[in-house]
Design a protein around this ligand. Structure first.
Ligand SMILES: Nc1ncnc2c1ncn2[C@@H]1O[C@H](COP(=O)(O)OP(=O)(O)OP(=O)(O)O)[C@@H](O)[C@H]1O
Length: 316
């Protein structure tokens, strides 16, 4: 699949001297949902703002659908819709006129049928004549999406699309984003919610302290880094692990009722058969067992903290 956005060696140092991005290179594939994950202040919004022409890069080269975002700004920007983190729109205007106005800003001729289609898709058609200030928070967010889609962009940036949104609306947003992808729109979303990336993304990028520390297919990331846990519920509580079993990657819950065995899904030998044999030898009976995959959240937390430790060690 070809790249619709290409970011090459992007760095950003703000006027304050703060370096928000360091040598970031990234290709976004046409038609994918790409989730950019990272803690507060990692540089996600800075990166989006540069691609959308709101913030100037310090160095690097970016194209959107083949157009250089600086030399060929208008053509590049017309391909992009941006839903910013903050709700920013005139509360006195009606939904319909706000969305039509946004389309006009891109020099697009009016297209009633298209605007009606997006407002219907976002369940805003019945509210088209309402003033924005009269809408609920969730509806206002949907208006921001309608505005971003008004000029028929091929690329949609969603900066924290579901921050502060209730669970039901979050599910609706996910549905809507999937619908857009089916129509061929490429979607890049930033999020703190790992659950959101896990649910939605085809690929995931992790950004930490201005550096892109990982880009991976979601499924591969979960497989590669995914460790599994096998939890055995014991018939009788154990006071402690028998010494002969202490070499195993085993832990005992505080109540002594569960043994937890960690194994790598990638390794050829999980060691489970051997473990069962040893438990049998020691007369440890269990009544139930279940296995659990490490979640993306656990993977993410360990990646970012490994990175922070490596940075601290390098600085010492
Ligand atoms: N105009 C600015 N001048 C100086 N520093 C800035 C400016 N804008 C952002 N920063 C700094 O750059 C860093 C990255 O900010 P950015 O908003 O890109 O992070 P983020 O990953 O989007 O965070 P969040 O998840 O909190 O939105 C932060 O330390 C922030 O304080």
């Amino acid at each position: 699949m070809s790249a619709i956005i290409s970011v090459q060696h992007l760095s950003k140092v703000y006027d304050s001297g703060f370096q928000a991005l360091r040598d970031v290179s990234l290709d976004i594939r046409r038609g994918e949902i790409f989730a950019l994950l990272g803690p507060n202040g990692a540089g996600k919004t800075t990166m989006i703002s540069i691609i959308c022409g709101i913030v100037n890069p310090s160095s690097g080269h970016i194209t959107a659908d083949g157009h250089d975002i600086i030399k060929d700004f208008r053509a590049a920007r017309s391909k992009i819709g941006l839903v910013p983190q903050e709700l920013c729109t005139d509360g006195f205007e009606s939904v319909l006129s706000t969305v039509n106005f946004s389309r006009g800003l891109f020099g697009r001729p009016p297209n009633k049928a298209y605007i009606e289609q997006i407002l219907r898709q976002l369940s805003l058609w019945d509210k088209r004549d309402s003033r924005i200030m009269e809408l609920s928070g969730g509806m206002k967010r949907r208006v921001m999406i309608a505005k971003a889609l008004s000029h028929e962009p091929e690329i949609l940036f969603l900066d924290e699309p579901t921050a502060g949104v209730d669970v039901e609306l979050r599910r609706d947003m996910w549905e809507m984003v999937r619908g857009l992808r089916e129509r061929g729109v490429t979607i890049i979303l930033t999020t703190h919610y790992i659950e959101e990336a896990e649910e939605m993304a085809d690929r995931i990028g992790v950004i930490s302290r201005g550096e892109l520390i990982l880009v991976e297919e979601k499924s591969a990331l979960m497989d590669k880094l995914g460790q599994k846990q096998l939890r055995l519920q014991l018939q009788k509580p154990l006071l402690e692990l028998p010494t002969e079993l202490q070499d195993y990657p085993l832990s005992l819950t505080d109540d002594g009722l569960e043994l937890i065995y960690h194994f790598d899904t990638q390794s050829e030998q999980t060691g489970i058969a051997d473990l069962f044999r040893r438990l049998d030898e020691h007369g440890i009976d269990y009544k139930d067992l279940r296995s659990k995959q490490r979640s993306l959240e656990e993977i993410f937390v360990s990646l970012v903290s490994e990175r922070a430790t490596a940075d601290t060690e390098a600085a010492e």
